[in-house]
Write a protein that binds this ligand. Structure first.
Ligand SMILES: NC(=O)C1=CN([C@@H]2O[C@H](COP(=O)(O)OP(=O)(O)OC[C@H]3O[C@@H](n4cnc5c(N)ncnc54)[C@H](OP(=O)(O)O)[C@@H]3O)[C@@H](O)[C@H]2O)C=CC1
Ligand SMILES: CC(C)(CO)C(=O)C(=O)O
Length: 307
């Protein structure tokens, strides 16, 4: 399978490596010229719990990819999806499938503007990953990934994709209820990511303090109510369980929102907290804790703009 990973930062490199290990023809596409150059010159360095690995994977700037691919895995930040797909139009042919495992709500609609609905796949990943420097990625935590065609239909291609990822070392399964999976993940992210970003601490710190534990409980409860009000019947307990797992298994992982603030970049809080709060309001329910976390992270972003 010919695969392009669009946005080859922390997660894109981790997944590109799995496709490469499974024998796919992979190109890591990114706008960061230093990162692309380092991967081409020295290989991709992956620091995993199992050890450090160096993989000779091809990397490219978007303008350098001119042949259509079978699969384009989109792993930019959500607010870059539209521009990134426009910038790689030459690689999107009439048989190209698009897959997003990005955080947040609305990724299905963002991809649907570029290929027919039957070639859009979405999902979520619980794997943690950090971009340590040009050509270097660290992932020290376990986690599964789930995917499915976003608008239903034949899952045969999605099955092949999940098979390759699993063969390449990243456990991936199909889930018919993919929108419940995505909502469960976004509720988790809307709770844990802002709390870590605002305190500048990792999940282990949140687990050790009663104030964060109380906030986690309220935020998750609001997210579940918002999902149910929107007709997405998520099961609540596994989301609380995920927060517990992250406070132990991912105790030292910097959630992507914390990585963003540390790097002085915009966060994805609008697609995460903002999207849940908006959906909640549209369905006639309030989500005040999630809304406050959203606004506090927006203030952090405003501080970054001030310098
Ligand atoms: N990190 C994690 O542990 C997890 C992240 N996620 C989700 O995965 C997605 C990706 O996150 P993550 O890997 O952390 O993000 P990163 O910032 O590490 O990677 C995104 C990459 O996309 C690049 N990029 C930006 N614009 C374009 C473009 N037009 N064309 C090609 N590449 C572009 C960025 O370059 P530049 O930096 O120069 O803008 C960057 O290298 C997000 O939605 C995140 O929420 C999900 C689960 C876990
Ligand atoms: C790794 C994980 C699952 C939890 O922190 C995540 O989604 C993120 O960092 O955004």
């Amino acid at each position: 399978m010919k695969v392009a990973v669009l946005g080859s930062g922390a997660m894109g490199c981790l997944f590109g490596a799995a496709f490469h290990r499974a024998g796919a023809d992979v190109t890591l596409v990114d706008v960061n010229a230093e990162h692309v150059g380092t991967i081409n010159a020295k290989g991709l360095e992956l620091d995993l719990r199992s050890g450090v690995e160096n993989l000779p994977i091809r990397a490219a700037l978007p303008a350098e990819v001119s042949e259509p691919v079978d699969l384009m895995l989109v792993f930019t930040k959500t607010f870059h999806t539209q521009g990134a797909l426009e910038g790689i139009a030459a690689a999107i042919g009439e048989n190209t499938h698009l897959l997003s495992l990005q955080n947040g709500l609305g990724n299905d609609k963002r991809l649907a503007g570029f290929v027919s609905d039957d070639r859009v796949m979405v999902g979520a990943s619980m794997l943690p990953s950090d971009l340590v420097g040009p050509g270097r990625v660290r992932s020290h935590g376990e986690g599964y990934s789930k995917l499915y065609p976003a608008f239903g239909g034949d899952p045969a291609f999605a099955e092949q994709v999940a098979g390759l990822l699993s063969a390449g070392g990243l456990e991936t399964v199909l889930d018919l209820n993919i929108h419940e999976v995505i909502w469960s993940k976004v509720i988790f992210n809307a709770t844990m990511n802002p709390l870590c970003a605002l305190t500048r601490r990792t999940p282990g710190f949140l687990g050790a303090n009663p104030e964060s534990r109380a906030t986690i409980k309220s935020a998750v409860a609001e997210g579940i109510e918002a999902a149910h009000a929107n007709g997405v019947m998520v099961d609540g307990q596994p989301i609380y369980d995920l927060t517990e797992t992250s406070m132990t298994d991912h105790a030292d992982h910097e959630p992507s929102m914390l990585q963003d603030l540390h790097a002085g970049r915009r966060t994805e809080v609008d697609a995460i907290n903002g999207a849940i709060v908006t959906a909640a309001k549209e369905a006639g329910v309030a989500a005040p804790v999630l809304e406050t976390l959203w606004h506090l992270v927006k203030l952090e972003e405003a501080k970054l703009k001030q310098g």
